[in-house]
Design a binder for this molecule. Structure first.
Ligand code: CDP
Length: 203
């Protein structure tokens, strides 16, 4: 079935690690009364499955207040550095991507969404009404993530650079802005400023 045959509206927010996508997408969804879809959480859940010895192409992931892998609440377990590292590895596997993209398309067809990830505007939903590519300088992104995790910014910067490189260079669905995406550099902007700007673009 064609995505465009659904009346649902979609705002795609893509960008590299630590650009603030989750926080921004969640806030934009709240401001507009849309559902929020965190596609990264799906890749993280698939990574956790792989680390547990299960097939990451056959995961049953449920997103919401909590993230479920099968019947297991993995909300916290998918945020460890080990899973973060593994997520960008399983995300390069076309079979994993195929399974998760299908799930994402099914979810966003059900109603208005703000979806965030790496390939929402390029692959998952090229027909999205608004596409935003969120960036910030690598140092700023590492600083934000380190503050969030209570970790060392230098170490995060190294880990983040490796993951960014892997996401940008992979053959399938590499991280890049859609040709019609609005690029928004959030370096030096507050969360409210970023949210206001995106909500302004929608209206
Ligand atoms: O929060 P952070 O930006 O660090 O990561 P995430 O959005 O939770 O995504 C974790 C990993 O999943 C990324 O490094 C990507 O490799 C992968 N991913 C992807 O390939 N495509 C998506 N749409 C979302 C995430």
């Amino acid at each position: 079935m064609e995505l465009s045959s659904f009346p649902a509206m979609l705002i795609a927010i893509d960008g590299p690690a630590g650009a603030g996508k989750s926080t921004v997408a969640r806030a934009v969804a709240r401001a507009l009364g849309f559902e929020f879809l965190d596609s990264g959480a799906m890749y993280r859940a698939a990574a956790l499955a792989a680390l547990r010895g299960d097939d990451p192409t056959r995961v049953r992931v449920t997103l919401g207040e909590r993230v479920l892998l099968g019947d297991d609440d993995v909300t916290d377990a998918i945020r460890t550095p080990e899973v973060t590292e593994m997520a960008s590895k399983v995300a390069a596997d076309p079979a994993v991507r195929e399974a998760l993209v299908e799930l994402q398309r099914r979810l966003i067809a059900e109603g208005d969404h703000v979806a965030e990830g790496r390939d929402i505007g390029t692959v998952v939903a090229p027909g999205a009404e608004l596409k935003v590519f969120l960036t910030a300088s690598p140092e700023e992104r590492a600083r934000r993530r380190a503050a969030q995790l209570g970790a060392d910014p230098e170490a995060i910067l190294v880990e983040q650079s490796i993951r960014d490189e892997r996401d940008r260079m992979r053959e399938h669905s590499p991280l890049k802005p859609a040709p019609d995406a609005v690029e928004l550099d959030t370096t030096g902007l507050t969360l409210d400023e970023v949210v206001d700007r995106i909500v302004g673009l929608v209206r």
